[in-house]
Design a protein around this ligand. Structure first.
Ligand SMILES: Nc1nc2c(ncn2[C@@H]2O[C@H](COP(=O)(O)OP(=O)(O)OP(=O)(O)O)[C@@H](O)[C@H]2O)c(=O)[nH]1
Length: 342
C-alpha cells in the first residue's frame, strides 16, 4: 500500500490541490462553484447545436430547462439567431473566441430579461478531429453596461447642454456685435443721410492731413451748400426737404471714390475731403457733382474748393478757405463753384 507523502510547507497550493483531486473532481468543483455562467454545447453539425449542460450559475440565469434543447427552443428568436451565429463561427474557425453580446432571455420563471455578457467560447475535440463540443464561460456585465450607458446618456445630455449654451452665447455675441456696429454708426454718421457727422469727418480729415504732411501728396476740400433750400422746405414741407437732402448725399456718394470722405456739417451743408487730389482735379470733381445733383434733384448747389497747403497747420484753416470760396460762389449768383487761384 502506497503511503501518502506529507507535503512540505513550500509546496504550491496548486500542487497540493491537483495532487489531492482527480481531474473529474477538480472540474466538478469548478463547474459547481465558479461564480460565472459555464455551459457545454454539443455540436451535432456545423449548423446544429444542443445545450448539453449548464453550471448552477448559468441555471440561475436561464433555468435548468435549457439543458438538452436547441437555442431557438429556449431563447427569444433574435438572441438565439445571434448566439447560433457565434457557435457556427467558432466551429467553422475551430478557434477560441471572445465576444460581447447584449441580449434578451427568459429567466427561470419565464420572464423576459435583458443582459450583457462577455463570453469566452472554446472548441473541444472529444476523441475526434472535428469539433464535438463548445465550452463557454459568460461573465455577466449587465450592471457595468447599464452604468456605462447611463454615463453615455449623461454625457450626451451634457454635450447637448453645452451646445445649447454655446449657441446662446454665440447669438448673444452676434447681437452685441450688431449693437456695437449700430452704436458706432450712431456715433459717426449723420442719421438722415448716413454721411459722416461733423465730428467724425473732422477726426478722419485730421488723420488725412497728417498723412499728407508725411507724404507730401496733394489734398483738396469741397464745401457744398444747397441753393435756396429754405424754399424747398417752405414749398414742399420738411419731410420732402429731408428726402432732397438724402438724395443729394446719395448722389454725391455715388460720384466719389471710396477713399474720398463725405460729411454733413449740418443743415444743408456738406463737406468732402479728396485725398491725393490736385486743385484742377478737385475743380473737375466739383463740376461733376454740381451737374449730378442738379440732374437727380432739380436742386442746385454751390461749392467752394480749397487745396491743403504746407502752411496749413489745422483743418480749420483749410475749412475756412473752402468756406470763403463757397460764400463767393453764393455771392456771385449760386449754382457755381468758387475756387482759389491756381
Ligand atoms: N428738411 C430739412 N431742412 C433742414 C435741415 N437742416 C436745415 N434745414 C433747413 O435748410 C435751410 C437752410 O437754409 P440756408 O442755408 O440758411 O439758406 P438757403 O435757403 O439754402 O439759401 P442759400 O444757402 O443762401 O442758397 C433752412 O430752411 C433750414 O431749416 C434738415 O435736416 N432737414
Amino acid at each position: 500500500m502506497e503511503q501518502e507523502q506529507p507535503q512540505s510547507p513550500d509546496t504550491p497550493l496548486s500542487v497540493t490541490l491537483f495532487a489531492g483531486l482527480s481531474d473529474i473532481e477538480l472540474i466538478r468543483e469548478l463547474w459547481n462553484h465558479f461564480p460565472e455562467n459555464m455551459f457545454l454545447v454539443r455540436v451535432e453539425s456545423e449548423d446544429d447545436f444542443i445545450m448539453e449542460a449548464v453550471n448552477p450559475a448559468q441555471k440561475a440565469t436561464l433555468g435548468a430547462a435549457c439543458e438538452g434543447r436547441r437555442l431557438h427552443d429556449f431563447l427569444p428568436r433574435d438572441t438565439a439567431d445571434a448566439i447560433w451565429a457565434r457557435y457556427h463561427e467558432c466551429v467553422v474557425s475551430d478557434m477560441p473566441m471572445r465576444y460581447q453580446e447584449s441580449a434578451t432571455y427568459f429567466d427561470p420563471e419565464g420572464v423576459e430579461c435583458f443582459g450583457h455578457w462577455l463570453t469566452l467560447l472554446v472548441p473541444i475535440h472529444h476523441h475526434s478531429h472535428r469539433v464535438t463540443h463548445l465550452f463557454g464561460i459568460s461573465q455577466d456585465l449587465t450592471e457595468l453596461q447599464l452604468a456605462r450607458e447611463a454615463l453615455e446618456r449623461q454625457n450626451q445630455r451634457l454635450e447637448a447642454r453645452v451646445a445649447e449654451r454655446t449657441a446662446e452665447l454665440r447669438a448673444a455675441n452676434d447681437e452685441l456685435q450688431s449693437l456695437n456696429a449700430r452704436l458706432e454708426e450712431l456715433a459717426t454718421r449723420d442719421f438722415l443721410t448716413s454721411a459722416y457727422n461733423r465730428r467724425h469727418l473732422e477726426s478722419l480729415a485730421e488723420s488725412e492731413l497728417r498723412r499728407v504732411d508725411r507724404s507730401g501728396a496733394p489734398l483738396c476740400m469741397l464745401m457744398i451748400d444747397l441753393d435756396e433750400f429754405k424754399q424747398v422746405n417752405d414749398a414742399l414741407g420738411h419731410a420732402a426737404g429731408d428726402a432732397v437732402l438724402r438724395r443729394v448725399a446719395d448722389t454725391l456718394r455715388a460720384e466719389l471714390r471710396d477713399s474720398d470722405l463725405l460729411g454733413r456739417y449740418g443743415g444743408d451743408e456738406f463737406v468732402i475731403v479728396l485725398p491725393d487730389t490736385r486743385l484742377e482735379e478737385a475743380l473737375a470733381t466739383a463740376e461733376r457733382l454740381r451737374h449730378a445733383v442738379q440732374a437727380s434733384t432739380q436742386t442746385t448747389i454751390s461749392l467752394g474748393v480749397a487745396q491743403y497747403q504746407p502752411g496749413d497747420i489745422h483743418l480749420g484753416e483749410l475749412t475756412q478757405r473752402a468756406d470763403h470760396q463757397l460764400l463767393d460762389a453764393k455771392r456771385d449768383g449760386r449754382n457755381r463753384i468758387g475756387i482759389e487761384s491756381m
